[in-house]
Design a protein around this ligand. Structure first.
Ligand code: ZN
Length: 238
C-alpha cells in the first residue's frame, strides 16, 4: 500500500471548479494552497472548493521567492493571504480548522528560514502530520521539524510549457523513478507521501486533462489518497 496526501498549489484558476468536481467524483480529499491574488481574482471558485470539502491553505499573497524578499515583506505576504482566507472561509460558511502554509517555489526564506518557522509556530499555523513519511531524506533535512508544508514528490508538470522540452512523458518518468530532490520513491510499497501538483491554466492549454492523467496513473499504480491530518497550535515544535 502507498498512501499520499494530495496538495494542489496556486489555486484558484478558471479551471478550479472542474478540478474540484473531479476530486469529489474520485473521492480525493485535497489540501489546496491558494495565492492571495488568485483568491481576489476568483473568490467564488475558492468558496466552491471549500464547500466541496477541500482544505485551503496559505501560499502567500503574490507568490514571491521568500529568499529574495525581506522578513518583514514575507510576513506581510503571509498575513495578507491569511486575511483573505479568513474572509473566504466566512463567505463559504465553512469553519477554518487548519492553517497550513506553503512557501512559493519551496523556498524557505533563505537566511530568514528559522525566523519564519518560529513565526509560523507562534501564530498557530498547522503542521501537516508527517510522521508516516518513510523517505529518510525528510528527517535528514530536518523537514520533520518545520511548520510549513513541503512535499516528498513533485510531478513537475508545471514545467510543461511551449518549447520547454519537458513533456507528460517526463512527468511519468518521475512517477516511476521518484523525485531525487526529496527522496520520494513514489511507487515503492509501504511508503507515505505528500504529493505536489498545480492548478495552472497554462498546463491545461498544453495537456488537456493533465491532472486526470496524472492522478489516474498513480491511482492505477497503487497510490491511495488519504485525508490530510494536522498538528494545530504547533508552538511545541519550535
Ligand atoms: Zn506556487
Amino acid at each position: 500500500m502507498i498512501e499520499a496526501v494530495l496538495t494542489i498549489d496556486d489555486i484558484a484558476s478558471a479551471n478550479t471548479p472542474a478540478l474540484v468536481d473531479y476530486l469529489v467524483e474520485k473521492e480525493i480529499p485535497a489540501l489546496m494552497f491558494a495565492v492571495g491574488e488568485h483568491i481576489e481574482k476568483f473568490p467564488e471558485y475558492v468558496v466552491y472548493a471549500l464547500q466541496h470539502g477541500m482544505i485551503v491553505g496559505n501560499h502567500s499573497y503574490s507568490h514571491p521567492d521568500f529568499a529574495e524578499i525581506s522578513y518583514e515583506e514575507g510576513v506581510c505576504e503571509i498575513e495578507k493571504c491569511e486575511a483573505l482566507l479568513d474572509d473566504i472561509y466566512k463567505k463559504a460558511g465553512v469553519e477554518r480548522k487548519f492553517r497550513p502554509f506553503r512557501f512559493p517555489y519551496g523556498s524557505k526564506g533563505g537566511e530568514n528560514k528559522d525566523k519564519y518557522e518560529r513565526y509560523l509556530g507562534n501564530k498557530g499555523f498547522s503542521k501537516v502530520d508527517d510522521r508516516k513519511i518513510t523517505g529518510s531524506l525528510w528527517k535528514e533535512k530536518g523537514l520533520d521539524k518545520d511548520i510549513d508544508t513541503l512535499w516528498t514528490f513533485d510531478f513537475a508538470e508545471y514545467r510543461i510549457r511551449p518549447e520547454s522540452g519537458f513533456s507528460m512523458d517526463d512527468v511519468m518518468k518521475r512517477v516511476h523513478e521518484g523525485d531525487p530532490e526529496n527522496g520520494g520513491m513514489l511507487l515503492e510499497a509501504g511508503t507515505y507521501h505528500i504529493i505536489l501538483m498545480h492548478d495552472h491554466e497554462e498546463t491545461l492549454a498544453m495537456v488537456p486533462d493533465y491532472y486526470k492523467i496524472m492522478l489516474e496513473h498513480v491511482a492505477e499504480n497503487g497510490v491511495t489518497f488519504v485525508k490530510p491530518e494536522f498538528y494545530v497550535n504547533t508552538c511545541e515544535w519550535i
